[in-house]
Write a protein that binds this ligand. Structure first.
Ligand code: CMP
Length: 139
């Protein structure tokens, strides 16, 4: 098993729902360690930069409006197979398809408002972590 780091966002719908503590506790109870955490409110431009890989997709404007609509909590999680473990805990992108007990099933409303984001691969994790955190902020 590889010890690795991944990037996580608790999205504006979940911060509004008041489940930040529950989500962080879930990650910790599943063996993921919080290396870094902060609450931010992205501008539309910052959200567009973060999701640049989706620029041009039909949902891009709605996605970046949503991600800049309220505060988020951004985090770096560390643990054995942290990328796939985080994705397992989150569940499928669309809450309708997510397994029972996953964060997106518990707290997501639909594919646009799906409570959490997590990196999908080591390369994207590195880019996403560096977008929000300096190396000196990871402990
Ligand atoms: P996330 O894991 O943050 O990565 C991109 C986001 O785009 C995704 O979660 C969804 O919330 C959002 N999204 C909105 N519509 C779609 C769609 N049709 N297909 C994929 N992602 C979508």
């Amino acid at each position: 098993m590889a010890n690795e780091r991944t990037f996580s966002i608790i999205k504006p719908d979940a911060t509004k729902l008041g489940v930040v503590g529950k989500i962080i506790a879930r990650f910790e109870s599943e063996g993921l360690r919080i290396c870094a955490v902060k609450k931010i409110h992205m501008s539309k431009r910052v959200a567009e930069g973060f999701y640049a890989v989706h620029a041009g997709r039909p949902f891009f404007d709605e996605l970046t409006d949503f991600m800049s609509s309220g505060p988020c909590v951004v985090m770096v999680l560390e643990g054995d197979n942290a990328i796939s473990e985080n994705r397992r805990i989150m569940g499928a992108t669309n809450p309708d398809d997510a397994d029972e007990g996953t964060l997106r099933k518990l707290y997501g409303a639909h594919i646009g408002n799906n409570a959490v984001h997590g990196s999908d691969a080591p390369e994207t994790a590195a880019v996403e972590i560096a977008y929000f955190f300096a190396g000196t902020e990871l402990h």
